[in-house]
Design a protein around this ligand. Structure first.
Ligand code: SF4
Length: 470
């Protein structure tokens, strides 16, 4: 048996990027691609200036503005003075260092985890770092992608390396076939529900099986995006023909014969048929329903056809977490999640702000009008996504149904811009975190679900089973 047949992708990519083993037991890992944005980079650049160090590999570093950018108008100067200052700081830092910046006038601006893949910057076998938790998204291509803190952003800018502990690998096979109205978001919410929000600590998740094999790259991006919500250090899907097809012709993809050589290498990175894993888990894709979170972490979800859990019926160790969630969410244990009223709906984010997400949501939007009193936002993940959606007339579909069509950015995923919940509003959201206060109001409540489910909630004014609408 060839040696590659027994190695998994993480081992191959890790070993190819290991500079040396450190006395701490960590590995000094070379980082192939560094993505930066306006929130976690300014302090890192300041530290570099203090140490009089240049950016080591500006050609491997790419920047965009996403968190603070307003979505009503992105005309300069931005209406929010602090946001304008942060944008100018990024412009200065990238210009001074020779880093490519995809700013508002570039035509490529957007959420960092949306633009990397669509530009072809993200490629199989890469090590990728970004000062953002959801960097795991890029694993959809078979890369090792790590969210890092500000001091690590400094380290990567200065050395293009990170000190990392090698994660163990858990293979998660999703078997069967998804039913209509059940999406990648439902798969990852079900995985996190089954394994827990800390179940992945110390692991990389390798997603595989017929359901993952049948997914598009955009769907795989949604799954990998939320690996971090399950506690995993990163998540990935083995590269295959779907990966190669997606990358062909992208602005930063190799061209001509170089592409064919790269594709051969990319495919060779997939875990071998006899690869070993530290753990294996299986999930039955046939049994999945649209998922909705009801609590204050992404593991607290139910199928849309289920009732909310009753604290007295769960094991002692789990009761306190449920009670804390109910105290915040003010929902009634034992009641069906379907029918829960919503005040706001948000379609967007690095989890579900891609063109395929907007197409599915628009299918639902075509069937009705946004319920009276509901504020419904659609925020494309990037300028490219917005352009494509507008060419297809999706913006008009949303507007005709009563949704607001906005400019690209993180928007109400994290509410670092003016898009915020007010008071205890409940928001049906296609984003990835339902933590207390995540969407801009300390008492605001978030229900995570797929973009199609969000659209259905907007029309009904309440959580609704999208399978009854499509
Ligand atoms: S969309 Fe949300 S999760 Fe993604 S990068 Fe922006 S703030 Fe972070």
């Amino acid at each position: 048996m060839p040696p590659d047949a027994t190695r998994n992708l993480l081992d191959k990519v890790w070993d190819a990027h290991a500079v040396r083993e450190l006395p701490s037991g960590q590995t000094q890992l070379f980082i192939g691609l560094h993505l930066i944005h306006e929130v976690t980079s300014p302090q890192a650049f300041a530290m570099l200036r203090e140490m009089e160090l240049p950016v080591r590999f500006p050609e491997r570093t790419f920047a965009t503005v996403d968190h603070i950018i307003p979505t009503r108008s992105q005309k300069r100067p931005l209406a929010d003075e602090l946001a304008e200052q942060m944008l100018q700081a990024l412009e200065r830092n990238t210009a001074d260092s020779g880093i490519t910046f995809f700013g508002p006038s570039s035509g490529h601006q957007g959420v960092v985890h949306v633009i990397g893949p669509e530009l072809g910057l993200t490629q199989p076998g890469m090590t990728i770092a970004c000062g953002d938790s959801h960097t795991s998204t890029h694993g959809a291509f078979g890369s090792m992608a790590f969210g890092i803190g500000t001091s690590q952003v400094r380290d990567v800018l200065a050395t293009q390396c990170l000190a990392m502990a090698r994660p163990r690998v858990r293979r998660i096979d999703v078997t069967g076939k998804l039913a209509g109205g059940v999406y990648a978001k439902d798969v990852i919410l079900a995985i996190i529900r089954q394994l827990g929000v800390e179940g992945g600590v110390g692991f990389a998740y390798e997603y595989a099986g017929p359901v993952i094999d049948a997914m598009t790259i955009e769907e795989r991006l949604t799954v990998c995006n939320m690996s971090i919500e399950g506690g995993a250090r990163c998540g990935y899907v083995n590269p295959d023909a779907v990966t190669v097809d997606y990358l062909r012709g992208r602005p930063y993809s190799p061209r001509g014969a170089a592409f064919d050589r790269a594709a051969k290498y990319w495919l060779s990175l997939a875990s071998g048929p006899a690869a070993s894993y530290d753990d294996r888990v299986e999930l039955d894709g046939n049994a999945l329903a649209p998922s909705v979170t009801w609590g204050i972490n992404p593991g607290q979800s139910v199928g849309v056809d289920e009732r909310l859990p009753v604290p007295s019926a769960v094991p002692d160790g789990e009761r306190a977490a449920l009670e804390e969630a109910y105290a915040f969410m003010q929902l009634e244990p034992g009641t069906p999640i379907a029918g829960t009223k919503v005040d706001v709906t948000f379609i967007g984010s690095c989890t579900n702000g891609r063109i395929s997400d907007l197409r599915e949501a628009a299918r639902v939007a075509r069937t009705g009008k946004v319920a009276s009193g509901v504020k419904a936002l659609v925020v494309p993940g990037s300028q490219e996504v917005a352009k494509q959606a507008e060419e297809e007339g999706l913006d008009e579909v949303f507007r005709a149904a009563g949704f607001e069509w906005r400019k690209p950015g993180c928007s109400m995923c994290l509410a670092m811009n003016p898009d915020k919940l007010v008071g205890p509003q409940i928001c049906a959201s296609s984003s990835n975190r339902n933590f207390k206060g995540r969407q801009g109001s300390p008492t605001g409540r978030t229900l995570l679900m797929s973009p199609a489910m969000v659209a259905a909630a907007a029309l009904a004014g309440a959580v609704t089973d999208v399978r009854e609408v499509l």
